[in-house]
Ligand binder design. Structure first.
Ligand SMILES: [Zn+2]
Length: 304
């Protein structure tokens, strides 16, 4: 076993490769730690996953007086203790319950947090509008960084509604934890983008509360806003370039995925329309795109 040490700066930049290395290097030893205390096999994986996701959430305030290993084992310890505490409450509860628990009781004892139950009320109209802006900002940034796998994974989850276990197989990732990790890193980055906008203070607080409580809590809201705002739909010129066969491999992979696997009906309709256009029209569209500063995914409002 090598004593590889991750680059904290890269981790704080939410670099996918560095985090995937962390998962590979640390999952084994963390699992053994968890297994000594958690008897339920399935729960071990949950605790391990919560540990790795907790490491992503907390990395922004990493204290360099500790090593990364101390940091991640500290989180692992806390998650393990949480699990044991929850289990004790569940056991006591089931011993004292004679009848079926009422919905309120079930609510109180289930592992769902209150924020999951009231999640639909979390975002005001204003917050949803800002979230739509931030999702697009994140998509454009990710596109600009050439991180197309990350983009496709997040699109599969929020736009396609894919499950983690289908997603990791499609993209050849380590396992479900890798997918969960990519998702949490995306949400952490979106929260950072919210923090940079003073008008998004309300949204930032909601995102902070929800990402701390657990990454699944507001999937529904993000998915809904993602779909409604068409956050990942490529600008028309990218669709035209895809038709013309002039896209580089990375963008082409994404555009194909969006059309063929996400089966985005808007973009498919756009492609159908583009097929009917003359080559002169398409050429002039490419010229306009080259002349503008449009390097990104999407230009709303322009004719291209
Ligand atoms: Zn689309």
């Amino acid at each position: 076993m090598s004593d590889w040490i991750p680059d904290i700066t890269k981790l704080q930049r939410l670099d996918d490769d560095e985090w995937l290395k962390v998962e590979r290097e640390y999952a084994g030893r963390l699992y053994h730690y968890v297994a000594r205390r958690v008897t339920d096999r399935e729960a071990r994986h949950d605790v391990l996953q919560e540990t790795l996701l907790g490491a992503v959430r907390g990395i922004g305030s990493f204290d360099p007086t500790y090593t990364f290993e101390q940091y991640v084992f500290g989180i692992c310890h806390n998650r393990t203790v949480d699990w044991m505490r929850r289990r004790r409450i569940d056991t006591l509860q089931s011993e004292t319950d004679e009848d079926e628990p009422s919905p309120i009781e079930r609510l109180a004892t289930s592992s769902e947090t209150p924020s999951q139950v009231v999640r639909r009320a979390e975002f005001s109209e204003n917050a949803r509008r800002l979230l739509a802006l931030l999702l697009r900002e994140w998509v454009q940034e990710t596109w600009g960084q050439g991180e197309f796998v990350r983009l496709m994974v997040i699109e599969a989850l929020f736009f396609g509604g894919w499950r983690n276990k289908d997603t990791w197989k499609r993209f050849g990732l380590n396992d479900e934890t890798s997918v969960a990790g990519i998702k949490v890193r995306a949400l952490v980055r979106i929260r950072e983008l919210a923090q940079e906008r003073p008008e998004a203070a309300e949204l930032f607080l909601a995102l902070s509360r929800l990402t701390q409580a657990g990454e699944a809590n507001f999937d529904f809201d993000v998915s809904e806003v993602w779909r409604a705002s068409r956050a990942s739909c490529p600008a028309r010129v990218w669709l035209a370039r895809s038709l013309a066969g002039t896209l580089p491999a990375g963008p082409k992979g994404f555009v194909d995925f969006h059309l063929d696997e996400m089966r985005c009906e808007f973009c498919r309709a756009n492609v159908e329309d583009l097929r009917t256009r003359s080559s002169e029209e398409l050429d002039s569209m490419h010229e306009r795109a080259r002349a503008s500063t449009l390097g990104f995914l999407r230009s709303r409002g322009g004719s291209a």
